[in-house]
Design a binder for this molecule. Structure first.
Ligand SMILES: [Zn+2]
Length: 389
């Protein structure tokens, strides 16, 4: 058959795992270009996000989620408002998603209600999705700087009771922890540990400004880190100490962050950027290799999410697989060349077919589960109205 002949040179591998994302921010893609994270959030993102409806978020997650699928990403760790719309859209797409509703205390976002109600709603949401094969729910306190101590403590209590996991931004910007240190004398990781948060299953997003003590603490508490090299570069946030974290035994996955922070939703580019930044930071061309970053984008990312049944093609693991066209990856002279080419030359254009939980969701590069052209047209119209046009 013709189909079989086309597949002959292909590579079947585990789907890529995105450990930190705000995919519905595809509606804000490009906004606030050139600003540092702090003013980009407060002046551009939060005012627009406060006006988002659940319908906007569903549409945005469908549009961005279709990109995830077509780009070979089979699991995404999402943090976004109207999280039920995020979960519904992911389920509609056939995308595996760990959804953590963000908890943020900011005037622009008052429309989402008070924090006690928001946390209660998260627990109820987790119950609703408990038996779903693709969706699970965790807590998403945004950060130690955007959430006061009382709600953070409540998150810890609820997470302990329910066993739910936590996703939180940690040490993304250089000055992010200054106010906290002045008040408490503690770094952000030490503060979260004092609240008991790190006793649970926690993924710290970004983890750029971590001291040797913070890294030791993460290793001791088995706190995972989502490394977002493209977003960190775009916002000039800094070089994350990825090698030190990994050699201390911390699970480090890769994250695209939101498509407003780094416009592509592309883990091939994140792999390359992780590798390049690690070498530049270490001033050493051998500092990190293609195998390291591919591991982070698959099995180590799965471990960072506490999912030992993802990121590998093995009996007992979920059937999340991607089929790549490897014909552009030449010449393969030695066996290791394929891996090296995959990282340096790889792109979403290679992704031909995608299966999640055994169901095919992408065929020959086309998303099967939704009408992508229609969703993009509607998303563009919503993005224009959010921008006040
Ligand atoms: Zn983020």
């Amino acid at each position: 058959m013709e189909g079989e002949a086309q597949n002959f040179d292909g590579l079947l591998m585990p789907g890529l795992i995105n450990t930190h994302a705000h995919t519905p921010m595809v509606l804000l893609r490009g906004a606030g270009e050139g600003l540092p994270v702090s003013t980009w959030l407060t002046d551009v993102m939060w005012p627009r996000e406060g006006r988002l409806t659940a319908d906007d978020v569903r549409l945005a997650m469908l549009a961005g989620g279709a990109e995830l699928l077509a780009n070979g990403i089979t699991t995404s760790h999402e943090m976004y408002f109207h999280s039920e719309a995020v979960a519904n859209a992911a389920a509609e797409l056939g995308l595996r998603a760990v959804v953590t509703p963000p908890l943020l205390v900011a005037d622009d976002l008052a429309s989402f209600g008070g924090w006690p109600e928001q946390l209660e709603a998260t627990v109820e949401q987790a119950d609703r999705w408990r038996d779903h094969e693709l969706i699970s729910i965790g807590f998403g306190p945004h950060s130690a700087y955007a959430v006061p101590e009382k709600p953070l403590v409540r998150v810890v209590e609820l997470a302990q009771k329910s066993g739910m996991h936590i996703q939180i931004h940690v040490a993304e910007g250089r000055q992010e922890g200054d106010a906290l240190r002045e008040r408490t004398g503690l770094s952000v990781p030490a503060y979260l540990d004092r609240l008991g948060m790190l006793d649970g299953q926690v993924l710290a997003a970004h983890g750029v400004w971590l001291s040797a003590e913070d890294i030791e603490l993460f290793a001791a508490r088995q706190t995972a880190v989502a490394h977002c090299p493209c977003s960190n570069s775009k916002h000039a946030s800094g070089f994350a100490p990825v090698r030190a974290l990994r050699s201390a035994g911390v699970a480090v996955g890769l994250g695209t962050d939101g498509p407003a922070s780094h416009d592509r939703i592309d883990l091939f580019e994140e792999m390359r950027m992780a590798l390049r930044l690690a070498r530049l930071a270490a001033d050493d061309a051998g500092a990190m290799g293609p195998r390291d970053v591919l591991t982070m984008a698959t099995v180590e990312g799965a471990r960072a999410l506490g999912r030992l049944d993802l990121g590998r093609l093995e009996a007992g693991c979920r059937a999340d697989m991607i089929h790549l066209d490897v014909s552009p990856l030449y010449p393969v002279v030695e066996e290791s060349d394929l891996l090296t080419h995959l990282v340096y030359l790889g792109s979403p254009a290679l992704v031909k077919d995608v299966w999640i939980e055994g169901h095919q969701v992408v065929e020959n590069g086309y998303v099967l589960t939704i009408d992508v052209a229609q969703v993009r047209a509607e998303a563009t119209a919503r993005a224009r109205s959010l921008a006040g046009l």
